[in-house]
Write a protein that binds this ligand. Structure first.
Ligand code: HEM
Length: 417
């Protein structure tokens, strides 16, 4: 895939290896090694990983690159012909989310929803977000001092907020939806087992059936919510096709909670392991407006995004062929000493340029839900830390969710006091 030779660096070749013990506790040491030795890194699956801040920043903002899979030279096929055939069948017709479309389709779809995600509209949600956080922390403390913070707060908060924004009725078993949605987002990972692929097929079918049911219900019960607005745009004919409607709802629903859960989980873990920083939040409201960005930088809820080359692309010491995948490693860019200096690996809530992090991506695909995520993270974490200044980790080994891209905790046991 590359037209230039790999230079002789004098080192053994480096490779990002999620199977190495300890990877999920700390992917950052592996990122550092690759960033220093082979920052434009051809992975065994044939994609190019980008690990430096300047490369990630440039690629995400480069309008000459695509996000559409049809431009991609197929990667090495899976070793399993059954799975390969199923994948080919399912890919027929392509995907229709704004995340996977170039302009003009991307801009048309994003415009339909962007007005509900502006800073002003999102700020109006603050009282409701605060109420939900208070209710969940009340319920958690009522059950005793030992709590799994993911189940008690980090998952339900963004899940309820995005369900309410969309106007999705309560009723379906939340843990079932969480399981399906978890299997769907696992497919963002570059490496999957046969079982994970099969589970994702089932989950996608189930969740699509659920979204279809919800849309049918909403057609009968329109209201002042995002889903009703999208249905009206679909009825209008020109602006949104049915398949686009279903996929946009799925994207918003899944992106709305599968990422922010990791912001609250990873962010709280980082604070509990850096007690002096946690105390800053408890005592100094000056950090309120900015600390979430440092938490996002320090341990990003989304570790990778991607673009596809349409023409020969020069980056670092390589010229990359058209049709190649550039995997931008956001988590590595966020820790690059070339950008952040010698304290790149330290959590510093007073860092003045933390907002330059790459955790929300960049360019016209940059995260639509960034203001919402910041609001939820800020209210959840400040309320937790101010109500329970003695909150502490109840284990030295919290359980990671095993996802390479949507990095987060499956459980975060804490003691509330
Ligand atoms: C901490 C939480 C979140 C993180 C770290 C995050 C991160 C990201 C990233 C990395 C991208 C891809 C950007 C790119 O490739 O340049 C993205 C796109 C997107 N995010 Fe988020 N996200 C979060 C929360 C949310 C929320 C709450 C929503 C709300 C529904 C949301 C909706 C979206 C959408 C719709 C896109 C596609 C935008 C486009 O293609 O134009 N995200 N997000």
């Amino acid at each position: 895939m590359t037209t230039s030779e790999t230079p002789d660096t004098g080192y053994l070749p480096v490779m990002l290896n999620p199977f190495e013990p300890g990877y999920f506790d700390d992917p950052y040491s592996q990122y550092r090694l690759v960033r220093e030795r082979d920052p434009v890194h051809l992975s065994p699956i044939g994609a190019f990983g980008l690990f430096r801040y300047e490369d990630v920043h440039r690629v995400l903002r480069d309008p000459s690159l695509s996000v559409e899979e049809r431009h991609m030279t197929p990667l090495a096929a899976t070793a399993d012909p059954d799975i390969e055939a199923m994948l080919v069948e399912r890919r027929e017709g392509g995907t229709h989310t704004m995340l996977n479309l170039d302009p003009p389709d991307h801009h048309r779809l994003r415009r339909l929803v962007s007005k509900v995600f502006t800073p002003h509209t999102i700020e109006d949600l603050r009282p409701r977000v605060q109420q939900l956080v208070d209710e969940h922390l009340d319920a958690a403390s009522a059950t005793g001092s030992d709590v799994d913070l993911i189940a008690a707060l980090a998952f339900p908060l963004p899940f309820i907020v995005i369900s309410e924004m969309l106007g999705i009725p309560e009723g379906r078993d939340r843990s079932q939806l969480r399981e399906w949605s978890g299997a769907v987002v696992k497919t963002f990972d570059p490496i999957l087992t046969r079982e994970e692929i099969l589970a994702s097929f089932d989950a996608i079918d189930n969740i699509n059936a659920y979204i279809n049911e919800v849309i049918a219900w909403k057609r009968e019960h329109p209201s002042d919510d995002l889903l009703s607005a999208l249905i009206a745009a679909e009825d209008d004919g020109d602006r949104l096709r049915e398949v686009e409607l279903i996929e946009q709802v799925l994207l918003l629903y899944v992106a709305g909670h599968e990422t922010t859960v990791n912001l609250i989980g990873n962010g709280t873990l980082a604070l509990l392991r850096n007690r002096d920083q946690l105390e800053l939040i408890a005592t100094d409201t000056a950090v309120d407006a900015t600390f979430v960005d440092e938490l996002l930088r320090y341990d990003s809820p989304v570790q990778m995004s991607r673009r596809i080359t349409l023409a020969p692309y020069e980056i670092g010491d390589k010229t990359i062929e058209p049709g190649s995948i550039l995997m931008t490693c956001l988590g590595s860019a966020n820790r690059d000493a070339g950008k952040w200096g010698p304290t790149a690996d330290a959590l510093d809530l007073r860092r003045t340029d933390a907002r330059d992090h790459m955790s929300f991506g960049g360019g016209f695909h940059s995260c639509l839900g960034a203001h919402l995520a910041r609001l939820e993270g800020q209210v959840a974490i400040t309320t937790l830390v101010r109500r329970h200044p003695g909150v502490a980790l109840a284990t030295d080994t919290p359980v990671w969710n095993g996802r390479i891209v949507l990095r987060g905790l499956a459980e975060l046991p804490v003691t509330l006091s």
